[in-house]
Write a protein that binds this ligand. Structure first.
Ligand code: F6R
Length: 240
């Protein structure tokens, strides 16, 4: 895995946005998977800005949402749906045929997982995944101890994820399960970029880079990928 350290969050986000644009320029039919959350927010906004300024044609590419909180409706401001619509799909006026998000209100979540796996397989796999790192090292909702063999699945959320996740919501919510792409998607993706910023992510990034590779700390699995990149700001890299 390569490591690139940028001066600050803005510089990091600008380069991450450029990485998405480069992927699409190289392959107009690219399949891009994005995480939501605080880390990629500026990347998404700068991506939108650059696409509009440079008049980049997105009409052939596909966007996949990495995960969603089970039971949280899409109009809730803490949902991943809300994030994607607010920061990407809405501003770019993307056609609904161009993005795929888990329906976490479905009464058949297993079918949601099967459908997402099929969509990704039918499109020839993911070209670029942009992920964040949870405080417990999770990627998407691949929580500590998850099977590395998993594709899309529903998972009980770790206590840390349930507690930290409250930051996205205006009022306290019960978030006990997540639906997520699996680590097999990550390992099979043609390129993976993990983003991390801020001092609070410094211990997470240290473990991701230096601990023995194990799903006990899923971010270490990034190092199993032969085209993976860790992009951080100075603060997140401060313990390396
Ligand atoms: C969200 C997701 C999560 C976050 C992670 C970091 O879609 O996949 O794994 O990437 O929890 O969240 P932030 O960026 O808010 O620190």
């Amino acid at each position: 895995m390569q490591l690139t350290i940028y001066n600050d969050y803005r510089e990091l986000s600008s380069h991450a946005a450029d990485a998405i644009i480069d992927c699409i320029k190289n392959k107009p039919m690219a399949v891009i998977c994005l995480a939501s959350g605080d880390t990629p927010r500026l990347t998404c906004s700068l991506f939108v800005q650059k696409v509009l300024e440079e008049k980049i044609d997105l009409s052939h590419c596909t966007f996949i949402g990495l995960d969603e909180w089970v039971g949280i409706p899409p109009e809730n401001e803490g949902s991943c749906h809300y994030f994607f619509h607010t920061y990407i799909f809405g501003p770019l006026k993307l056609s609904p045929t161009q993005f795929y998000l888990f329906d976490a209100l479905s009464n058949n979540l297993a079918e949601q997982c099967r459908q997402m796996d099929k969509i990704i397989a039918d499109k020839g796999g993911i070209d670029l995944m942009i992920v964040g790192a949870g405080m417990n090292g999770h990627i998407g909702f691949n929580e500590p101890g998850v099977s590395i063999k998993n594709y899309a699945h529903v998972i009980e959320l770790d206590e840390i994820t349930q507690a930290v996740g409250q930051k996205y919501f205006n009022t306290p919510v019960t978030i006990s399960k997540g639906i997520t792409l699996g680590l097999q998607h990550l390992l099979e993706s043609k390129q993976v970029i993990m983003l991390a910023n801020g001092t609070k992510k410094a211990p997470v990034i240290k473990k991701a880079m230096e601990e023995t590779i194990s799903t006990q700390f899923p971010a270490t699995v990034m190092r199993m990928h032969n085209n993976s990149l860790m992009m951080t700001d100075e603060e997140a890299a401060s313990l390396l």
